[in-house]
Write a protein that binds this ligand. Structure first.
Ligand SMILES: Cc1cc2nc3c(=O)[nH]c(=O)nc-3n(C[C@H](O)[C@H](O)[C@H](O)COP(=O)(O)OP(=O)(O)OC[C@H]3O[C@@H](n4cnc5c(N)ncnc54)[C@H](O)[C@@H]3O)c2cc1C
Length: 549
């Protein structure tokens, strides 16, 4: 990708240009539109994904989709494809022995911590739903359009955009550029941002097939992802509803003590593909129809910077990881949720651009952890020849999904925490930098989750003894902060009586929650002048002066 100088046509202006309109670019468009930010997304392909790819989605991904009104439709569509409560196991083959159960039931224990669920769904059916929502909210998407060059200066980014069909070029001037252009990101390369990690670890293939015999072998089995581990093939398999078709992602073929066996994509032949699927199914003469073969590179790398000037890397452009654990797409969607509210506040002039530094500070360390955790799962489940002793101990899935512990200028961390970037979400208890806990709230017969209170501005939560905090919000000349005094007649009730404990405060304390549902700050008890305290806190978080009336 080159410099944008010399682009011919008139300059079109947009606050945020998003390059790449796959899962992560579409999420960026939807979250920014939800925040009221105008965007233009350009995507080289003619439409959304045509291959299933990501299939295992996290609780946190559903929570952020819920926040923009997508949970019901996503859940219904997912249920048409898979059973959401299925598990993940390893077998020799579908006809062979079970070797390990990694997850018994994907949604066991979820009710207690979230209004959302984990789900299995193909990326190819999730993307159109996010696209539709983004467009409903006002996002503009240009397909069959690519960015061929860009240049940034102190005030913005100038990009050259080319229509793939007629080759016509136009110039777009944006205040910010989001690079959701995938794992080989030309934007990242052009910025000279290197990656660090394990590098390229396998030349893999995904084989799509039909095999009637699989229906019988899958009968009564409740498995969404099935790792295959035998002397012929290692990888994982997902069957479609009805169990007559599916795909197998193959990372190594043959003697798994030899790293060369991971070069499957280089040595694939039609006969070999059929043998691989038969070996995965475990029926040597099974009738197999191959519908498609897609080669891909298994990489485990994290960018050394997630931002440079006015350009932000998100999704696979920022971090690429083996699919094991189902982290790649999820992490990308959550990157954009973290970035969207910050860009919105800066573009509206409600926050100093310094707030944007917190994107890298919060997401990059967690990205690095996620890449290593995906790699650890890959080595343990599929490629032990890489050395199980060389990988990190596994971090619990709950901590990986909802146990982020951010440290940045957008959080006022408490001095007594452990400095770890992940925490046990069952013990986080409203600690600044962690996801605000879910509680069921009720008012006038209506029920919602505490998570539903968060979204656009900051929210101050306090208990019945927190009237001074509630009054203080009225004295702040800042429409960004709303207050909910939980348990008072005019506000939400929390029938379980767990609010103060769940958020780690006394009945006189208060918790300030960011638009992305993470705790920015809390005061465990009352303070002498709450309005002044809040003004100082918000000034520190957003680096803009505030007045108190
Ligand atoms: C077999 C497999 C299974 C997986 N399973 C899971 C899973 O269970 N869970 C999970 O979370 N993740 C999973 N993943 C990972 C997931 O698919 C990726 O992390 C996700 O697709 C990344 O999305 P992205 O939008 O960042 O990048 P991509 O999907 O790579 O999209 C980048 C887009 O940018 C476009 N583009 C690039 N350059 C330009 C340009 N200059 N102009 C215009 N457009 C451009 C490309 O055309 C492309 O559409 C899996 C991946 C594979 C291969």
């Amino acid at each position: 990708m080159s410099s944008a100088k010399g682009a011919q046509s008139e300059v079109e202006e947009v606050p945020v240009l998003i390059v790449g309109g796959s899962l992560v670019g579409l999420s960026a468009a939807a979250f920014l539109a939800w925040q009221g930010v105008e965007t233009l997304t350009v995507e080289r392909h003619r439409g959304t994904a045509i291959h299933p790819r990501a299939g295992h989605f996290q609780l946190r991904t559903m929570e952020v989709l819920r926040s923009i009104g997508l949970q019901d439709i996503v859940r219904r569509t997912a249920e048409d494809q898979y059973d959401l409560d299925f598990g993940i196991a390893a077998v020799e083959s579908l006809a062979g022995r079970e070797l390990a159960v990694f997850i018994q039931n994907l949604n066991e224990g979820v009710d207690a911590v979230s209004p959302s669920t984990r789900f299995f769904m193909t990326q190819q059916s999730l993307e159109p739903l996010i696209r539709k929502r983004a467009e409903e909210l006002g996002a503009r998407l240009n397909y069959a359009t690519e960015m061929v060059a860009f240049e940034q200066d102190a005030d913005g980014v100038t990009a050259t955009i080319r229509d793939i069909d007629d080759g016509r070029e136009r110039s777009v001037r944006a205040r910010y550029l989001i690079a959701s252009d995938g794992n080989r990101s030309a934007i990242r390369e052009r910025l000279g941002i290197s990656v660090e990690g394990r590098g390229l670890i396998a030349h893999s293939v995904t084989i799509y097939f039909r095999a009637e015999v699989a229906a019988r072998l899958m009968e009564g089995r409740r498995l969404g992802v099935i790792y295959i581990n035998n002397p012929v093939v290692r990888g994982f398999l997902r069957m479609d509803k009805g169990n007559r078709s599916g795909f197998i992602a193959v990372n190594t073929v043959g003697d798994t003590s030899l790293p060369e066996t991971s070069r499957i994509a280089d040595t694939i032949t039609p006969e070999r593909v059929v043998d691989i699927v038969r070996a995965a199914i475990g029926v040597p003469a099974a009738e197999i129809a191959i519908t498609q073969i897609i080669p891909w590179r298994t990489v485990a790398d994290n960018a050394e910077r997630y931002a440079q000037g006015r350009v932000f890397l998100v999704g696979d452009a920022a971090h690429t990881m083996p699919p094991n654990g189902g982290y790649g797409g999820n992490t990308g969607v959550q990157d954009t949720h973290n970035l969207a509210w910050k860009l919105a506040l800066v573009l509206k002039g409600a926050a100093n651009p310094k707030l944007l530094d917190s994107y890298d500070a919060e997401r990059r360390p967690f990205g690095a952890l996620t890449v290593e955790q995906a790699y650890a799962r890959y080595v343990r489940r599929t490629a032990p020849y890489l050395g199980i002793e060389t990988v990190q101990p596994l971090v619990d899935d709950w901590a990986m999904e909802i146990g982020h512990h951010y440290r940045s200028s957008a959080v006022l961390n408490e001095g007594d925490d452990s400095a770890s970037i992940h925490t046990d979400p069952f013990k986080a208890a409203g600690r600044p930098g962690t996801r605000a806990p879910h509680l069921v709230l009720e008012r006038d017969g209506q029920r919602l989750s505490s998570l539903d209170l968060f979204g656009r501005g900051f929210v101050l939560l306090c208990g019945p003894g927190g009237s001074d905090w509630a009054d203080a919000i009225g004295r702040l000349a800042n429409p960004l902060v709303t207050v909910h005094q939980i348990g008072t007649p005019a506000s939400w009730q929390e029938p379980a009586g767990a609010f103060a404990e769940a958020y780690g405060i006394s009945p006189e304390g208060a918790v300030l929650v960011r638009p992305d549902g993470f705790v920015a700050w809390r005061s465990r008890g009352a303070v002498p002048s709450p309005a002044k305290t809040l003004a100082q806190i918000i000034e520190r978080l957003l680096s803009v002066p505030l007045t108190v009336s």
